[in-house]
Design a binder for this molecule. Sequence first.
Ligand code: SF4
Ligand code: SF4
Ligand code: SF4
Length: 150
Amino acid sequence: MKRIFIDADKCDGCMNCTLACMNAHRNDGEEDIYTLDLGGAESESRCFIRLGAGKSYKPIFCRHCDEPMCVTSCMSGAMSKDPETGLVTYDENKCGACFMCVMNCPFGLPKPDTLTRQKVIKCDFCEGREEGPACVKACPKEAIYVEEVR
Ligand code: SF4
Ligand code: SF4
Ligand code: SF4
């Protein structure tokens, strides 16, 4: 199983990771970052950088938790943990838009989508992307990285 880890001390807040996440989730078939609509509701980032104390930066990423509160609080079964990959996945077709997952994630990760407020924006570990998580590849500081866990 693979997980994203964070070394917040290395983060300089460049937000390359969030741009890469947006670019990986756009649905216009384009890949050139210079044509990315930064305000595009369909390509919202699944990771965030918060400004911490003393101009430090806090990368906020889904942990795909061992005991995910988003899953236990989701009554419709839209959030689930894959027993093989360990990844926490979201099925918008099952989502009732109650946003219990948003309220219960201890890391403040999932959020309602800006356009419709009827689905949840959450990390999908760049499912189906051959190169792996776009955010990790885009980070020039190696502040976010993938490791194999048991
Ligand atoms: S959304 Fe939050 S609770 Fe759910 S797996 Fe990610 S970090 Fe854990
Ligand atoms: S793994 Fe993919 S979906 Fe998750 S935060 Fe990184 S770029 Fe976004
Ligand atoms: S790309 Fe790396 S250094 Fe830049 S904001 Fe993201 S985590 Fe921080």
